[in-house]
Design a protein. Sequence first.
Length: 355
Amino acid sequence: MNTFLLEKILHTDSPSGNEKEIIDVIKANIYPSAKIITDNLGNCIACHNTTNNEYKVLIIAHCDEVGFQVVKIEDNGYIRFRPIGGVNPTYLPGNCITILNKNNKITGCISYTPIHVQSKKREFEITYNDLWIDIGAKTKQDAEKYIDIGDYISLNDGIYYSADGNHLFSKGLDNKLGVYVLLQTFNTLIKKDIPLSLYISATVQEELGCRGCKAVINKIRPDLVIVVDAGICGDIPVQIESKFGVVELGKGPGINYNPTNNFNLNKIIENIAMENSIPFQRTVGYQTNKGTENAEIQTLLDGIITTHICIPIRNMHMSHEICNIKDVQNSIQLIIKTLEYIAHIDNKECVFIPW
């Protein structure tokens, strides 16, 4: 486990639409022999062994995280903000945040009326209208010295480990863990020099509706795509409906079986996991046919072979998410072994036709 690289990725701020910081870290940690491209949306694409026009395999992980944006500065210096991506405002009071101004990073705190002075009749359902950000400014003019309308906002980046060292607590595990898996997998496979045209892409704006991945597909025109993303954990005290395809921490990456994933590719991955004693979980994913990049990718061009490997996450889209480090390591091994196998399949064009 390259803890230094993982923590470097986790410390970046990359709310959807402002992913530059994490893209810079990704570029700096791609194996030197790879060719790196950044497209007009900001997606980072790297490739290896493309001169022979071998079978094109693309691994994707979105690099953006949920965040916020400054929409108004009040006369008293307080800041009104809106979400970027799906963030429940109930989770937010008391959380420190980082405002990404062009001149500096500014720390603030998401504030809310103290419980002592709230109406006893009030139901405790919070909306964004009930919240504001406090940066210590006393007036609008004072706040405008540090921030601008439209500035992006990220949750703060404290990283913590459990007592046993197996669990990691951090903001943005969705999907910075996927980015780490992407880099480690690609750099390992480059050294093995397998006979595939190998591409990876750290995609932008996934939290806003899987926007970046579509441009990547149009540019690369891959034959097969593996998407690496976070998966919702069901091993919590509150019962989650089974229709959401939950997974559990520490039991390995999830292999999603639903209409947006190629059944034959999934069976190959499952068999490889069993043959190599890599733990995995069979799941159906968050939704039947939407909500993930592979769902958007599958029907592009002439139809693309796709699957989704999910890393189990608790507290998704909250200020600190939770993962088991072993699930991350097993995800890397599973994808490496899968692509080594696929590289030596004959008649790849026919193998993945579902029926």
